[in-house]
Unconditional design. Structure first.
Ligand code: NAP
Length: 321
């Protein structure tokens, strides 16, 4: 259960008021902070439990513009954080436990403080669903990936696997055939959830082999993944696939639990936007994977962060804040 906001339960001197509070510190949050701080809006970023976001769990990032030789995900995020701080952003590594967008100024409660903001940007991202197989965590970023666009090119001429049967899994499998020798799709049912067109493309692709009614049982390797054991759910039979990597594409969970009942979410829990980056509450904006289930890239999240910051600045100007 979420903690209840009780203004009177906090000492007045612990209260802090900002022009903008940004919840989340991935590419969207940091970029928004760079822009709002540079626009001289007093900005607080509350980073959450994974400061830097999903890129802190990756190694090389080759597709973020500006780095011809690529850059390590954690280095990219640390640099973004420093850039925001240089602009004057205050960043605290704390977790938001509750929000109140029903009154103004908006209230945001963390484990240690209560804050107030004239405007809020939600940039809490989304978390890829895990398959829960043995070895998944151990080999994360060592052959287990949650983004083929990000990591696929590192697996040239290898045999690979994709877990899932939706549009993402088909898209990732097809994308990976550009680099891989072969791609094994492991799906728990005998029917794909993906759209017909994506199904057809994947089924017609000679590099893709389907393993129906199957789940990943174990991921093995030494320094990195070299073997995947799958289990057929109907026959209980196990099969060993020699593969250099596995791409998990079984969906994402938007990190929006905190905002249920406060702003409008879609059927899958993503934040609904109108007028570019505005949520259903005037003054509360969103940026990045928390609303975007289509692109999910660091650079698009950063772009949305910039857009939300510009929208916030305009909102604050129009509301004479
Ligand atoms: P999704 O449609 O929810 O599909 C998730 C897939 O993973 C399903 O096949 C599901 O199996 C499987 N799955 C879920 N939990 C699992 C578990 N614990 N173990 C094994 N398998 C599991 O997710 P998505 O593919 O990421 O797509 C999300 C949304 O974005 C969809 O609306 C999709 O259409 C859209 N999208 C569109 C495009 C495009 O148009 N190009 C590309 C990507 C995504 P079951 O089928 O058995 O449930």
């Amino acid at each position: 259960m979420q903690a209840e906001i009780k203004a009177e339960s906090k000492k007045p001197e612990t209260k802090r008021k900002f022009d903008v509070i940004i919840i989340g510190a991935g590419p969207a949050g940091y970029t928004a902070a760079i822009y709002t701080s540079r626009a001289r809006r007093e900005t607080l970023v509350i980073s959450g439990n994974l400061p830097g976001g999903q890129l802190m769990l990756t190694t090389d990032v080759e597709n973020y513009p500006g780095f011809a030789e690529g850059i390590f995900g954690p280095e990219l995020m640390t640099t973004m954080r420093k850039q925001a701080e240089k602009m004057g952003t205050i960043i605290i590594d704390d977790e938001v436990t509750n929000v109140d967008f029903k009154r103004r100024p908006f209230k945001i409660l963390t484990y240690s403080e209560e804050y107030e903001a004239s405007a809020v940007i939600i940039a809490t991202g989304a978390t890829p669903r895990k398959i829960g197989a043995k070895g998944e965590e151990e080999f994360s970023a060592k052959g287990v990936s949650y983004c083929a666009t990000c990591d696929g090119p590192f697996f040239k001429n290898q045999d690979l696997a994709v877990a899932g049967g939706g549009d993402s899994a088909m898209e990732e499998a097809i994308f990976l055939t550009k680099f891989a020798k072969s791609v094994h799709v492991i799906h728990r049912r005998d029917k794909l959830r993906a759209s017909k067109i994506m199904q057809d493309r994947a089924l017609e692709n000679k590099k893709i082999q389907f393993h129906w009614n199957s789940v990943v049982d174990e991921i093995n390797g030494s320094q990195k993944v070299n073997q995947i054991i799958i289990k057929n759910l109907k026959t209980e039979q196990k099969e060993t696939l020699e593969a250099g990597g596995i791409f998990v594409a079984i969906g994402h969970e938007p990190n929006t639990k905190l905002f249920k009942g406060q702003i409008e979410l879609d059927g899958q829990g993503y934040i609904k936007l109108k007028n570019s980056t505005q949520t259903s509450v005037e003054g509360v904006f969103a940026a990045g994977d928390v609303h975007d289930h289509r692109y999910r890239q660091a650079v698009t999240a950063a772009g949305f962060g910039c857009m939300a910051a510009i929208d916030v600045d305009k909102y604050l100007s129009e509301n004479r804040k």
